[in-house]
Design a protein around this ligand. Structure first.
Ligand code: VGL
Ligand code: ZN
Length: 203
Protein backbone atom coordinates (compact mmCIF):
# COMPACT_ATOMS: atom_id res chain seq x y z
CA UNK A 1 0.00 0.00 0.00
CA UNK A 2 1.39 3.38 -1.00
CA UNK A 3 0.31 6.24 1.23
CA UNK A 4 0.25 9.99 0.89
CA UNK A 5 -0.11 12.36 3.81
CA UNK A 6 -2.18 15.42 2.85
CA UNK A 7 -1.89 18.50 5.08
CA UNK A 8 -4.97 20.63 4.55
CA UNK A 9 -4.86 24.45 4.53
CA UNK A 10 -2.35 25.13 7.32
CA UNK A 11 -2.40 28.82 6.45
CA UNK A 12 -2.14 32.02 8.44
CA UNK A 13 -5.75 33.09 7.90
CA UNK A 14 -6.99 29.90 9.62
CA UNK A 15 -4.69 30.43 12.61
CA UNK A 16 -5.14 32.78 15.58
CA UNK A 17 -4.95 36.38 14.35
CA UNK A 18 -6.04 35.37 10.84
CA UNK A 19 -9.12 36.49 8.91
CA UNK A 20 -10.97 33.18 9.42
CA UNK A 21 -9.22 32.01 12.55
CA UNK A 22 -10.02 28.49 13.72
CA UNK A 23 -9.86 28.07 17.51
CA UNK A 24 -6.42 26.74 18.39
CA UNK A 25 -5.67 26.41 14.66
CA UNK A 26 -1.92 26.73 15.08
CA UNK A 27 -1.93 23.70 17.40
CA UNK A 28 -1.97 21.51 14.28
CA UNK A 29 1.46 22.67 13.13
CA UNK A 30 3.62 20.51 15.43
CA UNK A 31 1.68 17.25 14.91
CA UNK A 32 1.51 17.86 11.16
CA UNK A 33 5.26 18.41 11.03
CA UNK A 34 5.65 15.08 12.84
CA UNK A 35 3.25 13.34 10.42
CA UNK A 36 5.03 14.76 7.39
CA UNK A 37 8.10 12.62 8.09
CA UNK A 38 6.12 9.40 8.66
CA UNK A 39 4.71 8.78 5.19
CA UNK A 40 6.17 8.09 1.75
CA UNK A 41 4.59 11.07 0.05
CA UNK A 42 3.47 14.48 1.28
CA UNK A 43 0.94 16.77 -0.39
CA UNK A 44 -0.26 20.17 0.82
CA UNK A 45 -3.43 22.06 0.00
CA UNK A 46 -3.65 25.83 -0.03
CA UNK A 47 -6.91 27.79 -0.07
CA UNK A 48 -6.19 30.37 -2.77
CA UNK A 49 -8.95 32.84 -3.60
CA UNK A 50 -8.88 35.77 -5.99
CA UNK A 51 -9.90 39.10 -4.41
CA UNK A 52 -13.68 39.46 -4.65
CA UNK A 53 -14.27 35.70 -4.48
CA UNK A 54 -17.95 34.69 -4.54
CA UNK A 55 -17.62 32.89 -1.16
CA UNK A 56 -16.84 36.21 0.54
CA UNK A 57 -19.79 37.79 2.37
CA UNK A 58 -18.38 41.16 1.35
CA UNK A 59 -19.46 40.40 -2.24
CA UNK A 60 -23.11 39.89 -1.26
CA UNK A 61 -24.92 43.03 -0.10
CA UNK A 62 -26.94 42.48 3.06
CA UNK A 63 -25.40 39.08 3.83
CA UNK A 64 -23.21 38.53 6.86
CA UNK A 65 -20.24 36.18 7.20
CA UNK A 66 -21.15 32.69 8.45
CA UNK A 67 -24.62 32.78 6.88
CA UNK A 68 -25.54 30.71 3.84
CA UNK A 69 -26.84 31.58 0.39
CA UNK A 70 -27.89 29.50 -2.58
CA UNK A 71 -25.41 29.50 -5.44
CA UNK A 72 -26.04 27.92 -8.87
CA UNK A 73 -24.18 24.83 -7.56
CA UNK A 74 -26.03 24.64 -4.21
CA UNK A 75 -25.80 25.96 -0.65
CA UNK A 76 -22.72 28.00 0.13
CA UNK A 77 -21.56 29.39 3.47
CA UNK A 78 -20.34 32.97 3.21
CA UNK A 79 -16.98 33.71 4.80
CA UNK A 80 -14.98 36.73 5.77
CA UNK A 81 -12.45 37.63 3.06
CA UNK A 82 -9.62 35.12 3.57
CA UNK A 83 -6.68 33.44 1.84
CA UNK A 84 -6.54 36.04 -0.91
CA UNK A 85 -3.88 35.05 -3.45
CA UNK A 86 -0.48 36.46 -2.64
CA UNK A 87 -1.40 37.90 0.76
CA UNK A 88 0.25 36.95 4.04
CA UNK A 89 -3.00 35.34 5.18
CA UNK A 90 -2.78 32.87 2.31
CA UNK A 91 0.77 31.80 3.19
CA UNK A 92 1.47 28.58 5.03
CA UNK A 93 2.08 29.00 8.77
CA UNK A 94 5.73 29.91 9.03
CA UNK A 95 6.47 27.02 11.41
CA UNK A 96 4.98 24.47 9.00
CA UNK A 97 7.74 22.29 7.61
CA UNK A 98 6.98 21.96 3.90
CA UNK A 99 10.32 20.48 2.84
CA UNK A 100 8.96 17.03 2.01
CA UNK A 101 5.91 18.28 0.09
CA UNK A 102 5.87 16.87 -3.44
CA UNK A 103 2.71 18.65 -4.57
CA UNK A 104 0.79 21.72 -3.52
CA UNK A 105 -2.85 21.73 -4.61
CA UNK A 106 -4.30 25.24 -4.74
CA UNK A 107 -8.06 25.48 -4.65
CA UNK A 108 -10.83 28.05 -4.69
CA UNK A 109 -9.14 30.09 -7.42
CA UNK A 110 -12.22 30.29 -9.66
CA UNK A 111 -14.21 33.41 -8.83
CA UNK A 112 -17.63 31.79 -9.15
CA UNK A 113 -17.22 28.55 -7.21
CA UNK A 114 -15.74 27.71 -3.81
CA UNK A 115 -13.65 24.62 -3.23
CA UNK A 116 -13.40 22.99 0.20
CA UNK A 117 -12.22 19.62 -1.03
CA UNK A 118 -8.76 18.81 -2.33
CA UNK A 119 -10.46 16.68 -5.03
CA UNK A 120 -13.48 18.60 -6.33
CA UNK A 121 -14.81 22.13 -6.16
CA UNK A 122 -18.09 22.74 -4.35
CA UNK A 123 -20.07 21.95 -7.53
CA UNK A 124 -18.85 18.37 -6.80
CA UNK A 125 -17.91 18.08 -10.51
CA UNK A 126 -14.93 20.27 -11.32
CA UNK A 127 -11.82 18.27 -10.49
CA UNK A 128 -8.58 19.62 -9.05
CA UNK A 129 -6.71 16.76 -10.72
CA UNK A 130 -5.69 15.19 -7.41
CA UNK A 131 -7.44 11.86 -8.00
CA UNK A 132 -5.62 11.41 -11.33
CA UNK A 133 -2.32 12.39 -9.75
CA UNK A 134 -2.69 9.85 -6.95
CA UNK A 135 -3.77 7.12 -9.37
CA UNK A 136 -0.88 7.84 -11.74
CA UNK A 137 1.54 7.52 -8.84
CA UNK A 138 0.04 4.31 -7.50
CA UNK A 139 -1.07 5.92 -4.26
CA UNK A 140 -4.07 4.05 -2.84
CA UNK A 141 -4.29 5.36 0.73
CA UNK A 142 -4.43 8.92 2.04
CA UNK A 143 -3.95 10.25 5.56
CA UNK A 144 -5.23 13.78 6.19
CA UNK A 145 -5.07 16.44 8.88
CA UNK A 146 -5.32 20.20 9.09
CA UNK A 147 -7.85 23.01 8.97
CA UNK A 148 -10.69 22.91 9.26
CA UNK A 149 -11.86 19.45 10.39
CA UNK A 150 -15.50 20.10 9.50
CA UNK A 151 -14.94 21.88 6.17
CA UNK A 152 -11.87 21.36 4.03
CA UNK A 153 -10.61 18.26 5.85
CA UNK A 154 -14.02 16.55 5.90
CA UNK A 155 -14.94 17.40 2.31
CA UNK A 156 -11.53 16.14 1.17
CA UNK A 157 -11.92 12.91 3.14
CA UNK A 158 -15.43 12.26 1.77
CA UNK A 159 -14.21 12.84 -1.79
CA UNK A 160 -11.20 10.59 -1.22
CA UNK A 161 -13.64 7.79 -0.44
CA UNK A 162 -15.81 8.67 -3.49
CA UNK A 163 -12.67 8.44 -5.65
CA UNK A 164 -11.88 4.98 -4.23
CA UNK A 165 -9.02 5.76 -1.86
CA UNK A 166 -8.86 4.45 1.66
CA UNK A 167 -8.65 7.39 4.03
CA UNK A 168 -7.72 8.20 7.59
CA UNK A 169 -8.22 11.59 9.27
CA UNK A 170 -5.97 12.40 12.21
CA UNK A 171 -8.48 14.20 14.41
CA UNK A 172 -6.06 15.54 17.02
CA UNK A 173 -3.89 17.04 14.26
CA UNK A 174 -6.94 18.96 12.98
CA UNK A 175 -9.13 21.74 14.39
CA UNK A 176 -12.74 22.65 13.55
CA UNK A 177 -14.75 25.80 12.83
CA UNK A 178 -17.91 24.10 14.24
CA UNK A 179 -20.68 26.19 12.72
CA UNK A 180 -24.22 25.14 13.69
CA UNK A 181 -23.24 21.60 14.64
CA UNK A 182 -21.05 21.10 11.58
CA UNK A 183 -18.34 19.22 13.46
CA UNK A 184 -20.72 16.52 14.73
CA UNK A 185 -22.49 16.30 11.36
CA UNK A 186 -19.30 16.00 9.33
CA UNK A 187 -17.72 13.57 11.80
CA UNK A 188 -20.77 11.34 11.38
CA UNK A 189 -20.69 11.74 7.58
CA UNK A 190 -17.02 10.74 7.49
CA UNK A 191 -17.67 7.65 9.61
CA UNK A 192 -20.61 6.66 7.41
CA UNK A 193 -18.42 7.01 4.32
CA UNK A 194 -15.79 4.66 5.71
CA UNK A 195 -13.22 7.27 6.69
CA UNK A 196 -11.17 6.08 9.69
CA UNK A 197 -11.01 8.74 12.37
CA UNK A 198 -7.72 8.24 14.18
CA UNK A 199 -5.40 10.07 16.57
CA UNK A 200 -1.65 10.74 16.57
CA UNK A 201 -1.21 7.72 18.83
CA UNK A 202 -2.55 5.51 16.00
CA UNK A 203 -0.05 6.76 13.40
C1 VGL B 1 -11.99 26.55 4.65
C2 VGL B 1 -13.85 27.85 4.84
C3 VGL B 1 -13.49 28.57 3.72
C4 VGL B 1 -11.17 25.43 5.22
C5 VGL B 1 -11.62 27.23 3.52
O1 VGL B 1 -9.96 25.36 4.93
O2 VGL B 1 -11.75 24.59 5.96
N1 VGL B 1 -13.11 26.85 5.30
N2 VGL B 1 -12.38 28.24 3.06
ZN1 ZN C 1 -11.77 29.51 1.48
Amino acid sequence: MTTAFIAIDVQNDFCPGGALAVNDGDAVVAPINALSVKYDHVILTQDWHPAGHSSFASEHDGHDPLTTITMPYGEQTLWPDHCVQGTNGAMFHDQLNIDRAELIIRKGYRLEVDSYSAFFENDHKTTTGLSGYLNDRGITHVVMAGLATDFCVAFSALDARKCGFSCQVVMDASRAIDLGGSLAAMTEAMSQAGVSLITMADT
